[in-house]
Structure formats: structure tokens, C-alpha cells
Design a protein around this ligand. Structure first.
Ligand code: AHR
Length: 486
């Protein structure tokens, strides 16, 4: 049993594509507020239940100069963003984003540039953001309108520096030394910061595991977290494997926990390093990798605006189940990203904002997962997958809120063709049993999506309204039939 961490329901806003410009920020949009933020998007971000947002990148951060984005707007430079081959206008910087985050009610997880920059620039941005007053950079922040320090506690030491695509890519040895010295310097300024060292950018990296081991050998004493990144997609129409993506996430987590603990054992340390799964989602990455980069340098081009279907939503629900299951060691996580770029929220410039299919499992899980994650035992038939071997057809996790007595069960049926009967044995609880609510996401067409014209085609519906019927209780067991891919 482990507490549900509120930071599990994090998201990610990168200066990439239309996540910031025409995503969260669009002065001139009919819903824009006095700061140029789209209030339709703000309302959806609140409804999504996002608790924390990683900012400002991603690959973008590895070439970013934070000071370009502060001070009078008309003096801010336009720069090339090499990561996404686009133009960054710097109209939005950290002061604007902090305002947005306050309106959205989320904590900020701030990423520093350790690609093209180092210890000094990390200290500078920390002084600007967190130092109370009376120094050059804290006074600059105050002059820019933010009298109080932002008090950002969670900091990422760079992004995906194991990846050859990353500006300023490094070996594990080089990065480990840099991460450790940056962490030491930041902690001299503010000892109770929580710092995240970059782990592997995917479990398919040739250095997966070895990278974390080397980095942590250098930085173990001065960081609290190592990051994990994982994106899943359906390959060659193999829906069965795709629906079992959480098997891979489970394996990812247990591998990195074992790696971190092994380093701790070698160092004779009793400290535990936790995991920040700060990029995860469904992303049709192979489509992006096969497409040419834009030839023109544009502001806010349409980049990786994946449209999600029912199966994608089921996988997202299952990835959340996996994250919750590992709540003892995964104590922060960010779905990548929030708006337009592989996102639960879509917008059209000047037009509507709507919920993609993947919005629904995230929002409902964030709203209902409270209290403690229970040790959940699942007895399920299995099936063979080409990518992940034998996988359970049903996966689930449950939470228990001791203050209300509520038990919430999150469950997926990965069966591509058939419904499955699901029984919950609640005999460990002796309080009176009432099924308060039950909701299901399913559709006859597993490829159905939400569009601006049909924004509510795919949503969660009361289980009693779907064809497989209602929830029944008998004694201390609850039974329902889960439709295929639900
Ligand atoms: O989220 C999109 C990109 O995926 C991020 O910029 C990068 O960190 C990862 O490779």
C-alpha cells in the first residue's frame, strides 16, 4: 500500500508546435483573458485535474535561454528553436507561464537547460525564480511584476541528454558529472529543492539501464529522482500488443527501481531514489519519424497533433493504472503534453477547444484516485502478444480513501474481440457496500475519435447505459461485464 501522490497527475507544456501559442495562449481569441490566455483551455485543464506541469521542455529546453522570455515583450528576441525547427517569439516566458499555472491551479516542475548551458545558468534561473529579493536577478523578477518568489520545488536537470537528437547530447559520464555539480550548486542555494536527473529517453535506448547506473553513481546523494520517458503506439495494426503497453511500463518501472537500488547498495546508502515518469503517453512516433521536418522556419507550426481513438484512451487508462500501481516509487509523472501536441486538449486558432478521447480516463482517474493505492490481486485469463509476450486480459488497480471509506476500482479489458466478466471481491472491507457510480469508455468502433464537430462522440458513460449492462452486487462482491477494448 502506498499513498496516491497528487503529482502522479502531472502534465507537460513545452514550447513546441501549438502547445503554447494558440494552445494555452492566444490573445485575440474570443475566450482570451486580460493576459492573453484562452479561458476555454484553462477550464479544460482544470477539468482534466492536472496537478503539476513540466515546463518549458522537452527537447526545446536544451537550446533555450530563459532570460529571452522575461522583461518587456517588445524587447524579447526571436530565436531559432533547433529541436522543432521553428521560430520562438518568446512572447510567453516563465513569468507568463507562472501566471497561467496559478490560474490553472497547478504546481510547476521547471526544467533547466543542461544541453547548451551549465551550472551558472541553472543558478541564474533559480535566483530569478526562487530567491526572495535583494539580488540582481530576484530584483529583476520583482521589476518584471512578480514581487514574491515562485517557490518552485521540483526541478529537472536537463532533458533526454542520452539521446543523440538532443542539442548538447552527452555521454552518461559527462552528464552524470554535470548533473551532480548542478545539483550541488542548486542545493547550496536552496537545500530542500527536489531534483530530477535525466534517465533514459526510452527503454529501447541502447544505453537503457547503464545510463541510469552511471548517472546515479555520480549524482545519487544530491538528487531525489531519476526520470523515465515512454511513448506507445499501435504498430502494423497489432491492436493486441498495443493494448498491453502497460506491461512494458510496469517492466520499465521495476527495471529502473532495481537499477537505482543497486547503485544505492553499491554506495552503501539508505536513501531511495524515486522515479519521475515525466513523459508518458500514446504517440504515433513512427509517423512523425517518417515525415520530413518543415522546410520553412515558422512560428507555432502544427507538429505531432495526433488524433486519438477509443483504443488509445484504453491504453492511456491502463498506463495510469500502471503508474498508480507503482505509487511507492513513481512519485511524480507527466502526461506529455497538455494542448495540441500529443494532447488530451485540442484547439483551433480562433475556434473551439475540445476533449480528445484520452482526456476522459485521465480526468476521471485524477478525480477519483484518492487516499491509498491498495495491493490489488488480479486473477485474469491471459493472451499472447507479439511485442510483450503473455499478458493478462484484464488489468486493474484500486484506491481506498480512509476519510470517506470510498473504494475506487480502475480496470481495463484488453480483449480485442470479447467482453469479459469482472468480479471485485471486497471481503477485506467490513463497512456497508453501496456501488456509488460506475462509468465505462467504449464504442462499437474502436477507431472512433472526437473532432471539433463531434467533440463528445467518445466519452465515459454510465455503465448501466452500455450494451453489456449494469453493475450487480451480491454479498461483498461486485460484478459487471466489461466490453471488449474498454
Ligand atoms: O514530448 C515530445 C518530445 O518527446 C519531448 O520534447 C522530448 O523530451 C521527447 O523526446
Amino acid at each position: 500500500m502506498a499513498p496516491v501522490n497528487r503529482r502522479t497527475f502531472g502534465s507537460f507544456v513545452e514550447h513546441m508546435g501549438r502547445c503554447v501559442y494558440t494552445g494555452i495562449y492566444e490573445p485575440g481569441h474570443p475566450s482570451a483573458d486580460e493576459d492573453g490566455f484562452r479561458t476555454d483551455v484553462l477550464a479544460l485543464a482544470r477539468e482534466l485535474g492536472v496537478t503539476m506541469i513540466r515546463y518549458p521542455g522537452g527537447n526545446f529546453v536544451s537550446g533555450y535561454r530563459w532570460e529571452d522570455g522575461v522583461g518587456p515583450r517588445e524587447q524579447r528576441p526571436r530565436r531559432r528553436d533547433l529541436a522543432w525547427r521553428s521560430i520562438e517569439t518568446n512572447e510567453v516566458g516563465i513569468d507568463e507561464f507562472a501566471k497561467w499555472a496559478e490560474k490553472a491551479g497547478t504546481e510547476i516542475m521547471y526544467a533547466v537547460n543542461l544541453g547548451t548551458r551549465g551550472v551558472q545558468e541553472a543558478l541564474d534561473v533559480h535566483e530569478y525564480l526562487n530567491h526572495p529579493e535583494g539580488t540582481a536577478l530576484s530584483e529583476r523578477r520583482r521589476a518584471n511584476g512578480a514581487e514574491k518568489p515562485y517557490g518552485i520545488k521540483l526541478w529537472c536537470l536537463g532533458n533526454e541528454l542520452d539521446g543523440p537528437w538532443q542539442t548538447g547530447h552527452k555521454t552518461a559520464e559527462e552528464y552524470g558529472l554535470l548533473a551532480a555539480s548542478t545539483a550541488r550548486a542548486l542545493k547550496s542555494a536552496e537545500p530542500d529543492l527536489e531534483l530530477v536527473a535525466c534517465g533514459s529517453s526510452s527503454s529501447s535506448m541502447p544505453t537503457f539501464g547503464a545510463w541510469e547506473s552511471t548517472v546515479l553513481e555520480h549524482a545519487y546523494d544530491v538528487v531525489e529522482y531519476v526520470s523515465c520517458h515512454a511513448y506507445y503506439e499501435e504498430h502494423d495494426g497489432d491492436l493486441g500488443s498495443f493494448l498491453a503497453s502497460a506491461v512494458d511500463m510496469d517492466h520499465f518501472v521495476t527495471s529502473i527501481v532495481a537499477t537505482a537500488d543497486a547503485v544505492g547498495a553499491r554506495l552503501k546508502s539508505t536513501k531511495k531514489i524515486n522515479l519521475s515518469f515525466d513523459e508518458w503517453n500514446v504517440w504515433y512516433l513512427s509517423r512523425f519519424q517518417n515525415a520530413p521536418l518543415p522546410s520553412e522556419w515558422e512560428v507555432a507550426p502544427r507538429v505531432i497533433e495526433d488524433r486519438y481513438n477509443v483504443a488509445d484512451a484504453v491504453v492511456v487508462g491502463n498506463l495510469l493504472i500502471s503508474l498508480l500501481r507503482h505509487s511507492d516509487r513513481v512519485t511524480a509523472a507527466c502526461q506529455a503534453q497538455l494542448v495540441n501536441v500529443i494532447a488530451p486538449i485540442m484547439t483551433e486558432p480562433g475556434g473551439p477547444a475540445w476533449r480528445q478521447t484520452i482526456f476522459h480516463p485521465f480526468a476521471r482517474t485524477a478525480a477519483l484516485a484518492k487516499g491509498d493505492v491498495l495491493e490489488t490481486r488480479i486473477d485474469s485469463p491471459t493472451y499472447q502478444t507479439a511485442r510483450y509476450g503473455e499478458a493478462a486480459l484484464v488489468d486493474a488497480v484500486a484506491t481506498h480513501d480512509a476519510t470517506t471509506g470510498d473504494v475506487t476500482v480502475f480496470v481495463v479489458n484488453r480483449d480485442v474481440t470479447d467482453p469479459v466478466e469482472f468480479t471485485v471481491d471486497l471481503s477485506a472491507f467490513d463497512q456497508p457496500l453501496v456501488v456509488a457510480d460506475s462509468w465505462t469508455l467504449t464504442d462499437d468502433d474502436v477507431r472512433a475519435t472526437n473532432t471539433s464537430d463531434t467533440p463528445d462522440r467518445v466519452t465515459l458513460r454510465p455503465t448501466s447505459d452500455i450494451s453489456t449492462g449494469a453493475v450487480t452486487t451480491e454479498g461483498r462482491t461486485v460484478t459487471l461485464t466489461l466490453p471488449r477494448v474498454s
